[in-house]
Design a protein around this ligand. Structure first.
Ligand code: AMP
Ligand code: MN
Ligand code: MN
Ligand code: MN
Length: 286
C-alpha cells in the first residue's frame, strides 16, 4: 500500500544514497505527497529538497534526526517543521558534528585494531562527507571486501558490543528536544521499538519524552508489520503522544524500504501532522 505521508527520509547530506533533489523526486514517484527530509544531525540538504518539492505537487516539511542520549543509550529524536536557521539548533548541530568527527577517528582506530581496514575506510568516507555515520563505515568495509554486506559490518564490527562500537557522547534527549522546540519544531521519538528496553522502560522513555515537550512518536516505521504497528500505537495511546509515519528510507536498492511504503496510521492515533506546524492544506492526508 502506498501512503501519501512519509516523515522520515535520508539523503546524501547524511547516510542516504540519493542527493536531496533526487530523493524528493523519488519519493514523489513513489506516491508521497507530504515528506520530511530528516538527515542525521544536519539540515544541509533542506534547501535543495525544498526547492525540488516546490516544483512538484508535494508538501515539504523541513526536518532533522538528532542523535541523543537517554539513560546511557542512544535514542533518535526527529525534529519536524523546524526553522533550520534557528541559532540554538545550529549550535547543537555543530556540537554533534564535532562528536561525529571524534567518534569516527575512534571507530577507525578500533577497526584497525580488529584487523579491518578502518583508516582506509575513513579516508574514503572523508571524500564523501564531513559527517561520518556508521552507515558510511559499513558501506566502506563492504566496498573494500572486508565484509560481504552492510549487515555483516554491523554484526561483526559496528553493532552494540562489537569491537568498533564506540560509546558516543551525544547530547541528552532533553537538550535535543529543547533545540527542536526553540527552532519552532515538533519533536517526535523515532522508531520507539528499536531500542533494546523492557516494556516498562519503554513506557518511561515515552512518558519522559512527552513531559519534556515531545509531541509524538513514530507508530508506522519502514518494514514494520501489523503487530509492531499495534504495539507502537498502544505505546502512544497510553502515553498521550501523537503518532507519526516514516519509512527511514536510505537506499533505492532496498526494495522493502521505499518512500511511502507504509501501513496507515491506526485511526485511534492522532496524526502528528494534524498539528499547526504542518502544511494544513494536506492535513487530511493519511
Ligand atoms: P550512527 O548514527 O553513526 O550511529 O549510525 C546509525 C545508522 O546506521 C542508522 O541510522 C542506520 O542507517 C544504520 N544502521 C544501524 N544499524 C544497522 C544495521 N544493522 N544494518 C544496516 N544499517 C544499520
Ligand atoms: Mn541512517
Ligand atoms: Mn534512526
Ligand atoms: Mn533515520
Amino acid at each position: 500500500m502506498t501512503a501519501q505521508v512519509d516523515l522520515h527520509l535520508h539523503s546524501t547530506a547524511s547516510d542516504g544514497r540519493l542527493e536531496p533533489a533526487a530523493l524528493v523526486r523519488h519519493a514523489f514517484d513513489c506516491g508521497v505527497r507530504m515528506m520530511a527530509l530528516t538527515d542525521h544531525d544536519t539540515t544541509a540538504g533542506l534547501d535543495a529538497a525544498a526547492a525540488t518539492a516546490a516544483t512538484l505537487d508535494m508538501s515539504f516539511v523541513p526536518g532533522i534526526e538528532l542523535s541523543a542520549e537517554w539513560r546511557g543509550r542512544t535514542v533518535h529524536v526527529l525534529g519536524l517543521a523546524i526553522d533550520p536557521t534557528a541559532e540554538g539548533l545550529a549550535r547543537g548541530i555543530r556540537q554533534l558534528a564535532t562528536e561525529r568527527e571524534r567518534r569516527a577517528a575512534e571507530i577507525a582506530r578500533r577497526l584497525d585494531a580488529a584487523g579491518a581496514p578502518g583508516t582506509e575506510s575513513l579516508r574514503r568516507i572523508r571524500e564523501q562527507t564531513d559527517l561520518p555515520t556508521r552507515t558510511h563505515f559499513a558501506r566502506a568495509l563492504s566496498e573494500l571486501g572486508s565484509v560481504r554486506s552492510m549487515a555483516e559490518a554491523f554484526e561483526r564490527y559496528l553493532g552494540r558490543g562489537r569491537p568498533a562500537a564506540v560509546r558516543s557522547a551525544w547530547p541528552a534527549m532533553t537538550e535535543a528536544i529543547e533545540w527542536i522546540l526553540a527552532a519552532g519544531g515538533v519533536a517526535v521519538l523515532a522508531h520507539p521499538l528499536r531500542y533494546t528496553l523492557s516494556p516498562g522502560a519503554r513506557r518511561e522513555l515515552a512518558r519522559e519524552f512527552r513531559d519534556l515537550g515531545g509531541a509524538g512518536a513514530e507508530v508506522v516505521c519502514g518494514g514494520a508489520g501489523p503487530a509492531q504497528v499495534e504495539q507502537a500505537a498502544s505505546l502512544v495511546l497510553r502515553t498521550g503522544l501523537a503518532g507519526s509515519v516514516g519509512s527511514d528510507f536510505h537506499d533505492p536498492a532496498i526494495p522493502w524500504n521505499q518512500p511511502g511504503r507504509l501501513a496507515k496510521l491506526p485511526v485511534a492515533v492522532q496524526p502528528v501532522w494534524a498539528g499547526a506546524a504542518f502544511p494544513q492544506a494536506l492535513a487530511e492526508l493519511a
